[in-house]
Ligand binder design. Structure first.
Ligand code: C5P
Length: 300
C-alpha cells in the first residue's frame, strides 16, 4: 500500500467548564466533546522524508513546515516506532482554521491513523491516544470521535451514550482566534471580576439531555466558560449568537475557543431553515449545516 486517505470530523464542545490556571500553564477542564459532520481529508503517501501540503481555500492559512500538527503527529508516530519512516501528507480542509472546531487536532489524528496504516504498524487505539495527548489537548478526542467527556487538560476521555442524532448549524467567522489567547483572556476577565474559578464539574442535566436525544434540553444546558473571553476578543460574536437565538435556535454557543458559533436545531429541516435565515442576516462568513455524533477518523 503506498497511499492512505482518512476522513476526520470537527468537534463542538457542548460543555466547556474551565477550572483555575495550573502551574503548567494549562487549565483543568470538564470538556464534553461532540464530533460533527464537517470533515477534513488527509492523504498519506509513502515517500522518503516528511512533507505536508494544504489544498483548497485554507492553503496559506496553515503552516506547511514542522509547526503543522499533522507533520508533528507523523514524526511522533515514526519516533514511537523507532524507524526512519517517511510520508508526504496532503490535507484538504473543510474545518475552519483556528475556528474552535479542533481542525488542527483533527488533521493530527487523521495523520496518526493514516500513517499507522501506511507503515503497517498496527498500533492499537490506546497507543495512538498516548501519542495524541502529547501533541495537544484535543487530539485524543479527535481520534475517538462520537461524544465523550474529557477531564484533565481534556485528554482523559470517557465515551458518552447519546440517544439520537443532533442537528447543528455553524456560523463561520472571518479569521481565527488563538486558543492560548482566549484562555489568557478568560483568566484576565475572572481576575478583573474578582471571580474564583471552581473545580469544573460535568453537568448531569446535559448528560441526561444527550442520553435522551433531547435537543431542546441540550440547547438549554450547553455552556462554554470560554465564551465571555471569545466575545470580548471578537465583539461581533454577540450579534451572531443573538441572531441565531432570535431566529429560533434551541441553543447557541461559541464553539471551543471560537470564533465559530454553534446552534442546535430540532430537526434537519429546522437546521436548514435556520442556516438560510442566518446566512440572510449577514452575521457570518459562511453557514454550515451538520449533524452529530459521527465516528472518528475513518479510512476511505
Ligand atoms: O494543548 P494545546 O496545545 O491544544 O493547547 C493550546 C493552548 O490552550 C495551551 O497552550 C494553553 O494556553 C491553552 N489550554 C489551557 N488549558 C487546557 C487546554 C489548553 O490553558 N486544558
Amino acid at each position: 500500500m503506498n497511499s492512505v486517505t482518512v476522513r476526520v470530523p470537527a468537534k463542538v464542545n457542548l460543555q466547556l467548564a474551565v477550572g483555575p490556571l495550573r502551574e503548567d500553564g494549562y487549565h483543568d477542564l470538564v470538556n464534553v466533546f461532540h464530533a460533527v459532520s464537517v470533515f477534513d481529508e488527509v492523504t498519506a503517501v509513502a515517500e522518503a522524508g516528511m512533507s505536508v501540503r494544504v489544498e483548497g481555500e485554507a492553503a496559506g492559512q496553515v503552516p506547511e513546515d514542522d509547526d503543522n500538527l499533522a507533520i508533528r503527529a507523523a514524526q511522533a508516530l515514526a519516533g514511537h516506532a523507532g524507524r526512519p519512516y517517511g510520508v508526504s501528507l496532503v490535507i484538504r480542509k473543510a474545518i475552519p482554521v483556528a475556528g474552535g472546531m479542533a481542525g488542527g487536532s483533527a488533521d493530527a489524528a487523521a495523520a496518526l491513523v493514516a500513517c499507522n496504516e501506511l507503515w503497517g504498524l498496527g498500533l492499537p487505539l490506546d497507543d495512538l491516544l498516548e501519542i495524541a495527548a502529547d501533541l495537544g489537548s484535543d487530539v485524543p478526542f479527535a481520534l475517538l470521535g462520537g461524544t465523550a467527556v474529557g477531564t484533565g487538560r481534556g485528554e482523559r476521555l470517557t465515551r458518552l451514550e447519546v440517544g439520537g442524532t443532533f442537528h447543528w448549524v455553524f456560523a463561520l467567522a472571518d479569521g481565527g482566534l488563538s486558543t492560548a489567547r482566549v484562555y489568557a483572556e478568560c483568566d484576565r476577565l475572572r481576575e478583573a471580576g474578582g471571580e474564583r474559578a471552581d473545580r469544573p464539574r460535568v453537568s448531569g442535566a446535559l448528560l441526561a439531555a444527550l442520553r435522551d436525544g433531547d435537543a431542546k434540553a441540550l440547547g438549554a444546558e450547553m455552556v462554554n466558560d470560554l465564551q465571555p473571553a471569545a466575545v470580548t476578543l471578537r465583539p461581533s460574536l454577540a450579534r451572531t449568537l443573538d441572531a441565531g437565538r432570535d431566529l429560533g435556535a434551541l441553543g447557541a454557543l461559541v464553539s471551543g475557543s471560537g470564533p465559530t458559533c454553534a446552534f442546535v436545531a430540532g430537526s434537519e429541516a429546522h437546521a436548514r431553515e435556520l442556516a438560510a435565515a442566518l446566512a440572510a442576516e449577514g452575521v457570518a462568513r459562511a453557514v454550515v449545516v451538520a449533524h452529530g455524533p459521527v465516528p472518528g477518523p475513518t479510512v476511505v
